[in-house]
Design a protein around this ligand. Structure first.
Ligand SMILES: [Zn+2]
Length: 226
């Protein structure tokens, strides 16, 4: 995980919190962490009264989360929640981001998930990482091959490739969750619950890890003379 710059793709404005400890460890040691949020989170309202305001609320909550975790830049594609599709336009936007940012590693959702936006983010980013390294769609920038691709959730089987010990920074996950006020009913926890979790963690430091699965390399044998 000794990377200078990573991109974390997430379907919704809070998905990256799954790997909050790793993000904070990297950002606090001077590494650049860029988050690409595919959707605007417009379906994440548990109260109809905030339906019209939820996108703006979640954008501000994401900004607060960026400060807590030291995220260098968040790029929001603002596609409506539950409406993300693997279309050409979105794929090209992701290729362009990868070519412009030139990350050492990409983190994204795995393929096993109930949420359509999570699964779609998986397929878009896996393909965008590959296409970004190919000499195609040259108006999107020079090819950039990102050597490492990891899944940070959405995997049902198989041992993780990397396990990061985040025991020493685990409270950052809860500080990040506290910024997501509009999601408290969905989390089934509130600020007081998170604060008491932080107190517990600071007192007892239970061992906590974050797990990552490295994606298989894709090789197009049909172009090779074998
Ligand atoms: Zn999500």
């Amino acid at each position: 995980m000794n990377y200078e710059k990573i991109i974390v793709f997430g379907a919704h404005p809070d998905d990256e919190i799954t790997m909050a400890g790793t993000i904070f460890k990297m950002s606090s040691s001077g590494k650049k962490v860029i988050v690409v949020t595919m959707t605007d989170g417009c379906e994440g309202y548990s109260d109809p009264e905030i339906k019209e305001k939820i996108v703006e609320i979640r954008r501000k909550e994401a900004e607060e989360c960026d400060k807590v975790l030291g995220i260098s830049k968040r790029i929001m594609l603002n596609i409506p929640d539950m409406a993300l599709i693997n279309d050409k336009e979105t794929l090209k936007k992701c290729i362009k981001i990868i070519r412009e940012e030139k990350p050492d590693a990409i983190f994204t959702h795995g393929p096993c998930d109930n949420h359509r936006d999570h699964i779609t983010t998986h397929f878009i980013t896996v393909e965008a990482r590959w296409h970004a390294g190919e000499p195609v769609s040259s108006e999107l920038g020079n090819p950039w091959y990102t050597p490492y691709l990891y899944y940070y959730k959405g995997i049902l089987s198989g041992l993780p490739s990397i396990i990061i010990d985040v025991t020493d920074v685990e409270e950052k996950r809860y500080e990040a969750l506290i910024t997501q006020v509009s999601q408290f009913k969905i989390f089934r926890k509130n600020k007081e619950d998170f604060l008491s979790e932080i107190e517990f963690i600071k007192k007892y430091r239970p061992k906590r890890t974050e797990k990552f699965w490295i994606a298989d390399k894709v090789i197009l044998y049909d172009f090779l003379p074998i």
